[in-house]
Design a binder for this molecule. Structure first.
Ligand SMILES: [Zn+2]
Length: 496
């Protein structure tokens, strides 16, 4: 369904036509070194979006980012501050101009390869025209300076409501999902695209900055401010970037095989959240038993001193609102295992379009419920039977699991409604084969983004049977199919 690879496909087509034409007039042409099409080297604008079915203008065409470097001169939770973003990228076509995704904030200057470039804001697009066109295949550097506005937020019609910058009493945490990263820094803001991030953040004395990955430097500046430098280590999708500032204590421990665990906790919440935070090593071991090795170099919980309604699987450092760790143990563990499972499915195995979100959320909910059933929570089968009863209603209200019909994606169909598809698959192929499919999924697509079709194909290959005919109606159909092995399960009639 997605058209987000159209520009590249078109370039390849042009190349094929050129080769064919040359062959017709001059005889055989070496296959090893076909002459590039002249047209592909004529500068043209990069696409304003990747054609995502839900957010068509998110992401951009004509280049791939190889690193973001963010410089934030952070001041206070609601105080605007000076910021810059430096993007190293490679042109995938000859570019007369290109877009970044950028919203809110006050833009100051844009340079390309050190030279001032023309820049125009159109909605969430920042359209940049370099003084000279960028050749295809060449690396280039864009630097954007701006005054960041940490009060800038976006709204979503669900449990989280506001996202982007999230203020806390003494700092800030980030909730970029799904399209809030562009509120924080100019970027290629789409989950199919990821790049390593270097963070340079200065804070007032007494505060701590943390981000995805590893602290590489901490320097005290004249006047008492402190400069923190983090490296994300692995490439990260913009929706999974975390950068938090506050009065934090860093609590370090180790998980299975010596995996470094670093929780980042507001000072006064260290003791009250300790009992549930201490369970992370156990959660890691349980998930590794199911899904194989944890895919990153470290993990930890960032305890948010906010009344956020939901947690977020920011890569290597999941944001968990404090209430999640201060209530009952069953609920706490469900949230913790959910965000941790996302590190395998959603973070390491990314999604190619927002319509593939069921692959991320469905898996996280599946393992969350499976774990919970084994640790004092509700029965998995009963929860799936309940989801099954509502499934036609959810199809009607929110679209089929792999075909969301509204930009407010994070509805029940993407959670229990999508875990139900995995449950149906397990009923169909049996637990042993299902476990093989899941292991193959997280190892085959580790560090890459994948589509719904990739999952169906890999499941079929692993099971040794074509599962397309079984899964397609579950994922795309207007009606929920019969549940294998449960002829007594019924779907409620659709209301409205
Ligand atoms: Zn989730």
């Amino acid at each position: 369904m997605s058209t987000f690879r159209t520009p590249r496909r078109r370039a390849r087509l042009a190349l094929a036509v050129a080769v064919a034409a040359t062959a017709a007039f001059t005889g055989p042409v070496s296959q090893a070194a076909p002459a590039p099409s002249p047209r592909a080297d004529v500068p043209s604008p990069g696409a304003a979006g990747l054609g995502d079915p839900v957010f068509p203008l998110d992401g951009n065409g004509g280049y791939e980012v190889s690193r973001y470097t963010l410089d934030f001169d952070w001041q206070a939770p609601s105080t605007p501050f000076e910021a810059s973003t430096t993007i190293r990228a490679t042109a995938t076509q000859a570019l007369s101009r290109f877009d970044l995704d950028f919203a809110g904030n006050a833009l100051h200057t844009v340079t390309v390869n050190g030279t001032t470039a023309a820049a125009v804001r159109e909605g969430d697009e920042l359209v940049i025209t370099p003084r000279t066109p960028l050749p295809r295949g060449k690396a280039f550097t864009v630097k954007i300076t701006y005054t960041a506005d940490p009060t800038g937020i976006r709204h979503r019609d669900d449990a989280i409501e506001d996202y982007g910058w999230i203020p806390t009493p003494d700092g800030t945490v980030l909730y970029p999902q799904p399209d809030g990263a562009k509120m924080i820094f100019p970027s290629n803001d789409h989950p199919s695209r990821r790049a390593p991030v270097t963070f340079h953040v200065t804070t007032p004395a007494g505060l701590t900055a943390v981000a995805n990955g590893r602290l590489t430097d901490r320097a005290e500046l004249p006047g008492g401010r402190v400069k923190w430098t983090y490296d994300s280590e692995q490439p990260v999708a913009t929706q999974l970037v975390q950068l938090a500032i506050g009065r934090f204590t860093s609590v370090e421990s180790t998980g299975p095989h010596g995996l470094p665990i670093r929780d980042v906790v507001p000072d006064d919440l260290v003791a009250p959240t300790a009992p549930y935070r201490a369970l992370t090593a156990e959660h890691l071991a349980w998930l590794e038993d199911r899904l194989g090795p944890y895919p990153f170099d470290r993990y930890g919980l960032l305890v948010g001193d906010t009344d956020l309604g939901v947690a977020l699987e920011t890569q290597t450092l999941s944001l968990v609102p404090k209430a999640d760790l201060l209530g009952d143990r069953v609920s706490a563990e469900r949230n913790q295992v959910h965000e941790l499972a996302h590190q395998w499915t959603g973070d390491s195995v990314g999604i190619s379009t927002w319509s593939d979100l069921w692959l991320s959320e469905g898996h996280a909910r599946f393992y969350e419920r499976l774990y919970s059933e084994e640790h004092g929570g509700a029965g998995f089968e009963e929860a799936m039977r309940t989801a099954y009863a509502s499934h036609d209603q959810w199809r009607h209200d929110y679209g089929a699991p792999a075909e969301p019909t509204e930009p407010n994606l994070f509805k029940r169909m993407r959670y229990d409604g999508s875990a139900l598809v995995l449950y149906a698959l397990r009923e169909k192929v049996g637990d042993a084969t299902f476990r093989k499919i899941e292991r193959a999924w997280v190892s085959t697509y580790r560090g890459r983004s994948a589509r719904t079709r990739d999952y169906v194909d890999l499941a079929s290959k692993t099971a040794g049977q074509d599962l397309g005919g079984f899964l397609h109606p579950w994922l795309y159909g207007a009606k929920t199919p019969a549940m294998p092995n449960h002829p007594d399960w019924t779907v409620d009639p659709v209301q409205g």
